[in-house]
Write a protein that binds this ligand. Structure first.
Ligand SMILES: Nc1ncnc2c1ncn2[C@@H]1O[C@H](COP(=O)(O)OP(=O)(O)OP(=O)(O)O)[C@@H](O)[C@H]1O
Ligand SMILES: CC(C)(CO)[C@@H](O)C(=O)[O-]
Ligand code: BAL
Length: 282
């Protein structure tokens, strides 16, 4: 049975009853099999699993989908119960921000400035601020984040290192539909035709991975991915397609790398990424 709490005071009381290690999975709800994989990882690696469900207004831009973001608490609780979650923290906006939007926020710095940071100004500041608050409130020993949101995982790791936050961040590989589409709560916005077109994101990444497996260098791998994107349904608008260092550090790419894509379909913005292993230079 998962205990449901809403306020920080209720959370503190319930958290105090948990002995042993606590793993937290932070979500915005609308739980799917990707989230369930995070819950399983937490179940395996911690004595207790705590889930947070909160659609964080601070990380949404003025023209983004905060109002229409799916809110499915009853179904989410059923998922948590089935996954053996001990405690669910589902605060309201005033529960978490009793004084309104916080004056003091976490600056995501250079790692949060590119890619998603360029397209979604304020996004990582909002994410890091709420992640830090939730880490303080849950006092978790481990926190699990999906590689699907690769830059988010990277920026959270960097915050924990730079600010000495006492938690271990665990990255969990992306869960995909059998046809390759990365699971995402926002997939439910897609019409059947858009869903078919959205396969272009993972297909583009796979084309890059195949070029790397064939021994091509970084420039040729990225060119192969761009060529593959050229064959994708023209309703899919590319935001970025980049090959970077796995820590998203600037500079030349060699050995382990990451290919990241973001694109929009009829106003629905999706992201995906894949690990790429470049052949050693001769
Ligand atoms: N397909 C997936 N595989 C692995 N982890 C995932 C997947 N989808 C989401 N997650 C992870 O679940 C956590 C909560 O994410 P969130 O609730 O925003 O879901 P989401 O599907 O990413 O939603 P959205 O569609 O709004 O981006 C994050 O750490 C995210 O990376
Ligand atoms: C980490 C997070 C729960 C913060 O609101 C959100 O960005 C998400 O669901 O990935
Ligand atoms: N999935 C990360 C949170 C967001 O896109 O708003």
């Amino acid at each position: 049975m998962s205990e449901l709490v809403h306020t920080p005071a209720e959370l503190a009381a319930a958290r105090a009853r948990l002995t042993g290690t606590v793993g937290v999975v932070m979500t915005m709800g609308a739980l799917h099999s990707g989230h369930e994989t995070l819950l399983r990882a937490a179940r395996e690696q911690a004595d207790h699993v705590l889930v947070t469900i909160f659609v964080n207004p601070l990380q949404f831009g003025p023209n983004e989908d905060f109002d229409r973001y799916p809110r499915t608490l009853d179904e989410d609780l059923a998922v948590c119960r089935r996954a053996g979650v001990d405690l669910v923290f589902a605060p309201s906006v005033p529960d978490l921000y009793p004084d309104g939007a916080p004056e003091i926020r976490v600056d995501p710095g250079r790692p949060g400035a590119d890619l998603e940071g360029l397209s979604r100004p304020g996004f990582f500041q909002g994410v890091l601020t709420v992640v830090l608050k939730l880490l303080q409130l849950t006092r978790a020993d481990l926190a699990f984040f999906g590689e699907k949101d690769y830059q988010q995982l990277t920026v959270v790791r960097r915050m924990v290192r730079d600010l000495n936050v006492p938690v271990r961040i665990v990255g969990v590989p992306t869960v995909r539909e059998p046809d390759g589409l990365a699971l995402s709560s926002r997939n439910r916005y897609l019409s059947p035709t858009q869903r078919q077109a959205a396969l272009g994101l993972s297909a583009t990444l796979r084309a890059g991975a195949e070029a790397a497996e064939a021994g091509l260098d970084a420039g040729a791998v990225l060119a192969a991915a761009h060529r593959a994107f050229g064959a994708v349904d023209p309703t899919v608008e590319l935001d970025y397609l980049v090959l970077t260092d796995p820590d998203l550090e600037p500079g030349p790419v060699a050995g382990e790398a990451r290919l990241l894509i973001a694109a929009s379909l009829g106003g629905v913005r999706l992201i995906d990424n894949l690990a790429i292993r470049l052949a050693p230079r001769p």
